[in-house]
Design a protein around this ligand. Structure first.
Ligand SMILES: *Cc1c(COP(=O)(O)O)cnc(C)c1O
Length: 222
């Protein structure tokens, strides 16, 4: 199947209020260009070096989203051009992004990553840690980051009920955060959840942004 065909059938299942982030990690410029030519403009990457190279060589109207684990010492490389950072998983990292953005007078959109899966290995705040961090109020002085919502990954499992429950938990947390801390920020509106295998459930549970790789580009060769 061609990328164009994949995108066409995907688009049938993604309502217009939900943004599609085409996850292009490990894929060549050529295939990204194919998706671009089919009309896609939002691409997601999870390695800083790879993202910077692709930014340099691909069309400049692409909106690049950073979806991986981000190390503090690499923040400065992507801050100048990145549209949205999905995986902010510590206050330290948020602070680092703020510092880097302040130097170039930019305000960077960020999503806080929440750990909802049962696996130990995935990064992110727990719901308690997140509430504690927000309660402390120190993030309010970070004027060069714009917290636009949250991001999460469900457990890698065939159990659809578990996946649904995890997404539902994330949506409830999003609503609580919005009413408690962000009711004055209309930009706090993004709930990034759903990948190739679970995006339909995620959309049913309130996702506003799905991050889809293999269903667009096919399997990745690591
Ligand atoms: C790779 C990746 C995706 C895309 O996964 P697919 O299963 O290929 O759709 C989505 N989100 C994150 C954070 C990823 O690292």
């Amino acid at each position: 199947m061609s990328i164009q065909t994949n995108l066409q059938s995907l688009r049938e299942h993604i309502p217009t209020h939900v943004q599609l982030v085409c996850v292009s990690k490990f894929h060549s410029n050529e295939v990204i260009q194919e998706a671009y030519d089919a009309g896609e403009r939002i691409f997601g990457e999870n390695k800083v070096q790879e993202l910077c190279t692709k930014f340099d060589t691909l069309p400049k109207d692409i909106q690049w989203h950073y979806i991986g684990h981000l190390q503090s010492n690499k923040v400065k490389y992507i801050v100048p051009f990145v549209t949205l950072i999905h995986g902010v998983d510590s206050f330290k990292l948020l602070h680092e992004i703020d510092k880097s953005a302040a130097k170039i007078n930019k305000k960077v959109k960020c999503l806080l990553q929440v750990h909802i899966a049962s696996e130990e290995t995935k990064f992110g705040f727990s719901a308690d840690e997140l509430m504690e961090m927000l309660q402390s109020g120190s993030w309010k002085s970070l004027l060069n980051v714009n917290i636009c919502g949250i991001m999460g990954m469900a457990t890698f499992t065939d159990d659809k009920n578990q996946i649904r429950n995890e997404f539902r938990t994330l949506k409830m947390l999003f609503d609580k955060m919005k009413s408690t801390f962000f009711d004055q920020n209309p930009d706090f509106s993004e709930l990034s959840m759903g990948m190739s295998d679970d995006f339909r459930i995620a959309i049913e549970e309130g996702s506003t942004m799905v991050r889809i790789g293999s269903a667009v580009f096919g399997v990745r060769n690591y």
